[in-house]
Ligand binder design. Structure first.
Ligand code: NAD
Length: 356
């Protein structure tokens, strides 16, 4: 199995190093090939997604990704900014389904900013469409405002759009994921205001006919944001568009105590995927050895489960993470009184030691 390892920027290299340690400790002969991406790619070859990095990702069975971005690249033209690498990888690898599980480990109930009775036992899955929506729609840019009270002034604009096939394929993925869980799916939209999301809703209702065993409901995104912090356990699987999913999944991350706990998988139609923590490159703590590596380690477990079909190894890693949390080991982002504070590398070592 060939795994493309793209550590990226900021805390990326520190946290990916821990996931690699864990993969190496499983006793399989993975072929791990490293390549620069993001700011590191720009430094190495003048582009955030160097051609050699893209080729490696296309050739590999799966991609393990750290994170990209640093404030020092903020003045680069948009096409050269580190974040473009992740968009380029999603596009070239046809990664359209982003799985973001938000699970609250009982040991971390106190680390959530919400009352523990609201979040304890939380286990939801947010499925975010990745290739469409306002993030990619054309036209976009800055132009002269053509009408209205600000006519003649400069205006910024983007285009929200979804093709029928795009909505159908993510709806199928979501219904199938719901079938494997509690058979409940919530489609989040803004059909009351946006044409694109009325269209989304109509297609989801149509695809539902093929999955009569799944209970489907619809929720406007503003209400979904409120319900996620009011009664998150009411949800099971949520499917939504690119922008709403981006925002809601970060909110869901906080329910679990820290964004440092949240893995993610971005899959194509054949379950080849890119696996990364849900958080960014955290330049504020990069190089300090305090970043939480568990989201990345859990992303590696998702990689074993979804792309490499090594379910037993995925279980081993997830059980090892539960075991280190039960022992009271905590990086600073999830630290509570009475626990043992550890750094990034110590947490990685502890997960390796806890593998059975
Ligand atoms: P961020 O997720 O990097 O950080 C938000 C906050 O969470 C920070 O206080 C950070 O210290 C903390 N945090 C994040 N990961 C952590 C971890 N593993 N352990 C402990 N604390 C952690 O988001 P941001 O500050 O908005 O963005 C920083 C950079 O990351 C930007 O350049 C942004 O574009 C980029 N970014 C990249 C990705 C990606 O690579 N897929 C995703 C989001 C943001």
């Amino acid at each position: 199995m060939k795994i493309a390892v793209l550590p990226g920027d900021g805390i990326g290299p520190e946290i990916v190093e821990q996931a690699v340690k864990v993969l190496k400790a499983l006793g399989e002969s993975f072929e791990l090939e490293f390549a620069p991406v993001g700011g590191a790619g720009y430094e190495a070859s003048g582009h955030p997604l160097p051609e050699s990095t893209l080729k490696l990702a296309l050739d590999a069975d799966a991609v393990l990704f750290g994170s990209v971005g640093d404030w020092k690249y903020d003045n680069l033209e948009r096409a050269l900014r580190p974040e473009q690498a992740i968009l380029g990888l999603r596009k070239n690898l046809n990664l359209f389904a982003n799985f973001r599980p938000a699970i609250l480990y009982p040991e971390l109930a106190g680390a959530s900013t919400l009352k523990s009775e609201v979040v304890s036992g939380l286990d939801i899955l947010i499925i975010r469409e990745l290739t469409g929506d306002i993030y990619f729609g054309q036209p976009r840019g800055v132009r002269e405002c053509p009408d209205g009270p600000f006519k003649g002034q400069r205006e910024g604009f983007d285009t929200m759009r979804y093709a029928e096939g795009e909505v159908r394929r993510i709806a199928h993925v979501a219904f199938q994921a719901a079938q494997k869980r509690s058979k409940r799916l919530t489609s989040v939209d803004k059909a009351n205001v946006l044409e694109t999301f009325q269209f989304w809703k109509d297609i989801v209702i149509d695809v539902h006919k093929e999955y009569p065993d799944v209970a489907l409901d619809h929720m406007y995104v503003d209400n979904a944001a409120m319900q996620l912090v009011r009664a998150p356990k009411k949800f099971d699987v949520i499917v939504t568009g690119n922008m709403f999913g981006d925002i809601l999944s970060d909110a869901a991350a906080m329910l679990t105590g820290s964004i440092g706990m949240l893995p993610s998988a971005s899959l194509d139609a054949n379950n080849k995927g890119l696996y990364e923590p849900s958080h960014g490159s955290a330049p504020d703590i990069a190089g300090k050895g305090i970043a939480n590596p568990l989201a990345t380690i859990l992303s590696a477990a998702m990689m074993l489960r979804y792309s490499l079909k090594m379910e037993a190894h995925a279980d081993r890693i997830e059980n090892a993470v539960k075991s280190v949390l039960a022992k009271g080991l905590r990086t600073p982002d999830i630290f509570e009184d009475g626990c043992t504070k550890v750094g990034t590398a110590e947490m990685g070592d502890a997960v390796v030691s806890a593998l059975v």
